[in-house]
Design a protein around this ligand. Structure first.
Ligand SMILES: Nc1ncnc2c1ncn2[C@@H]1O[C@H](COP(=O)(O)OP(=O)(O)O)[C@@H](O)[C@H]1O
Ligand SMILES: O=C(O)[C@@H](O)C(=O)COP(=O)(O)O
Length: 424
């Protein structure tokens, strides 16, 4: 297998979003969980997305894991690697976008790297270096209340400069509008000034196609699925990859189906409220989970009663005020970790009860669940919503199964039923 594109994603939902984009653009793609074991039989593909759970861990660990993934991808022929970050630039002043970018750039030997979280398909656009989520700047969007990385600054030059050793510059929309050569000239100029990272504006997909074309001159880029679109289309346009038709085979799985929500995003909160109209929903008590009491057992006892009758949803999600209150009592990381581990334990119990169709909402939540279940890789199936595909498990000890890993912010109001309809 010689890869045309290697990708390192900093969380599992982000990885499936990117794998979905690459597949839709015509790249045969597999998503692996961590750096794959040599024993794992992977299909012949154009792109591998290595999913890490490195967004919210200590920066040095994120760097070490990303470098290991980079080495694995390069050893399989990837001359270009995309470090996939969140389209809302989820990070803190301690990292991990900056430190990982710096380390991967040093390893690549590139003088400068293009960076953009733009993903117009989900309303993420970058103008004058400022990230917009729909019609509002990042710092006014629901991301200001994220439980792990509240985003309070929309200016990505500033955000990245605070967490990176590289000097950061901006390639503005006016330059992008002039085309690939203008961007190339700007990057040469930046590199002469010692600028090592360039935030690049993008509002619509055609700009990302130009950006992808230029990014392919380099060995590394940093971005979200918009950058993935640009790179995939660039690879196909240049003839380096011939376009394949999308999607893994869709053999029906059957049996019980369950949904787990650990995301506290506005979108997920609304989706849970919507699901309550059509399926039994159990709301976990986060305080009891953190105190270590028997919420896992309660959830599994509850689910046993309903699983044979139709889909169920188990949610830990709370409103921003409730999240802040819990974090004030127990600490942000301790609260997040305890709830993620409870979700993982519940997923294990659900699988033991025969569930092979599982919908998970939340990036960190998905990471904890997929790790606990030991699923090594996924192939991309049909698209449920922009950025969220059905995933078919590859090489899993429990056999055939499908899942969907939903980024907290993605999906329409009836997301859970939308997902279930595509998971026969
Ligand atoms: N009720 C709650 N209070 C505090 N934190 C919570 C609650 N429910 C879930 N969490 C934690 O919030 C974080 C949500 O992050 P994540 O799963 O990545 O969702 P998103 O995709 O919206 O970012 C996780 O660490 C999760 O364990
Ligand atoms: O780029 C995106 O917005 C997503 O792919 C993503 O990374 C989602 O992260 P979570 O919101 O933590 O699921």
């Amino acid at each position: 297998m010689t890869l045309a594109l290697g990708c390192i994603a900093d969380d599992y939902t982000g990885a499936s979003d990117l794998a979905n984009m690459l597949t839709r653009c015509g790249l045969r793609t597999v998503q692996t969980i961590g750096v794959p074991d040599d024993a794992l039989a992977l299909p012949d593909v154009d792109a591998v997305v290595v999913s890490l759970k490195s967004r919210s861990i200590e920066a040095s660990q994120a760097v070490a894991r990303s470098r290991e993934a980079d080495k694995w991808l390069r050893a399989r022929g990837a001359t270009h690697v995309l470090f996939k970050i969140c389209s809302t630039f989820d990070s803190t002043d301690a990292g991990n976008i900056g430190p990982v970018m710096d380390a991967l750039r040093a390893d690549s030997g590139d003088a400068i790297v293009l960076v953009t979280p733009a993903f117009p398909g989900t309303g993420r656009t970058v103008y004058q270096g400022n990230l917009f989520v729909g019609s509002v700047p990042l710092n006014e969007s629901p991301l200001k209340d994220h439980p792990l990385n509240p985003m309070h600054d929309s200016n990505l030059e500033r955000v990245l400069a605070r967490q990176s050793k590289s000097k950061v510059g901006l390639v503005d929309l006016a330059t992008v509008a002039k085309g690939a050569e203008a961007i190339r000239a700007k990057l040469i100029d930046f590199a002469k000034q010692g600028i090592g990272a360039a935030i690049i504006d993008a509002v619509f997909d055609p700009e990302l196609e130009i950006i992808g074309q230029v990014a392919l001159d380099h060995r590394l880029s940093v971005g979200a699925s918009g950058m993935g679109l640009g790179l995939a289309r660039g690879l196909i346009a240049s003839g380096r990859v011939s376009a394949a038709s999308a999607s893994a085979d869709q053999k029906a799985i059957g049996g019980p189906v369950a949904c787990l929500a650990g995301s506290c995003s506005q979108a997920t909160l609304a989706q849970i409220a919507h699901a309550e109209k059509s399926m039994p929903v159990l709301r976990l008590d986060p305080e009891k989970i953190v105190a270590g009491s028997s919420e896992v057992r309660r959830a599994l006892d509850w689910s046993r009663e309903y699983l044979g009758k139709g889909p169920v949803l188990i949610a830990s999600s709370s409103t921003p005020d409730q999240v802040s209150a819990l974090q004030a009592r127990h600490g942000r990381d301790a609260a997040g970790h305890a709830i993620e581990q409870a979700m993982a334990a519940i997923s294990e119990g659900l699988v033991a009860a025969g569930v092979r169709r599982l919908v998970i909402a939340g990036g960190e939540t998905s990471g904890a669940v997929v790790d606990r279940l030991g699923i090594p890789a996924f192939l991309v199936g049909p698209e449920i919503a922009v950025g969220v595909p059905v995933l078919r498990c590859v090489g899993w000890s429990e056999g055939d199964a499908v899942t969907a890993l939903k980024s907290g912010n993605f999906g329409g109001p009836d997301f859970f039923n939308d997902a279930i309809r595509l998971m026969p």
